[in-house]
Design a protein around this ligand. Sequence first.
Ligand code: NI
Length: 229
Amino acid sequence: MFLHLKNLLSAEEVAQARALLSADAPWVDGRTSAGAQALAHKRNEQLAQGSEQAGTLRALVLAALQRDALFFSAALPRKIFNPLFNRYSGATNFYGAHIDGAVLRSQATGEWVRSDLSCTVFLSDPEDYDGGELLIAQPAGEQRVKLPAGDAILYPGSTVHQVTPVSRGARIASFFWVQSMVRSTEQRELLFTMDMDLLRLRQQLGEADPAVVGLTGTYHNLLRMWADA
Ligand code: NI
C-alpha cells in the first residue's frame, strides 16, 4: 500500500521541527544506524537519538500520528519504531538502493519492532532542494516521491528503496517503521478499503442505517479475526 498522508504535520509543527533541526543540531553520521549491506552506499546525517531535540521531535511526530484517522485505518499500528530524523545535503547527500531490516530495535524504548510499513515525513519544502527523491521499486515500475513539507508517505516495509542525491539545498525528513496489528498486507488493505467505503456509506445513509450498522459489525469482526493487539 502506498498512502499519501496530506498535512500530517501543521505548518506550525513543520516550522517548530525545522527550528529544532537547524545546522547546529546534534547531527551524526547516518552510517551508525545502517546494516552491513547499507553501509557502503549510505551517505547522510541523522539526529543523535539521545538528544533533547530528538525527544521533543519524536513526541511531535507521534502526537500527529495519534490524531490522524487515515494513518490509523491504513496502518492499524501495534507498535511504532520511534521516529528518527535525517538530513541529506552537501557531501552527505544520498542513500543507495537498500531494503530496511525486518526487525529493528528501538534505542528509545528498547523494544523490537517488525517493519511491516515504512513512513517518511517530509520536513523541507520541495522547492528548497534539488534531487532527494524517495524512489520505491515496484513490479509496475518505480514510484518517485517528493512531497510538500508536512506530508508523509506510507509504503510497504518489504520494498527496495533509495534516496537520490541532493544536489542543492538540504532535505530534512522524519522516518519510522510501523508494526501492524494485522501482519498480512492483503488483509490490512482489504480492511482499509472497507473502512473507507464505510465512511462514504455513513455519510450517505447515516450512522443508524441497518446496513451501515451491519457492515460496520462485519468490519470489526474481520479485524477481531485478524488483529493481534
Ligand atoms: Ni530505508
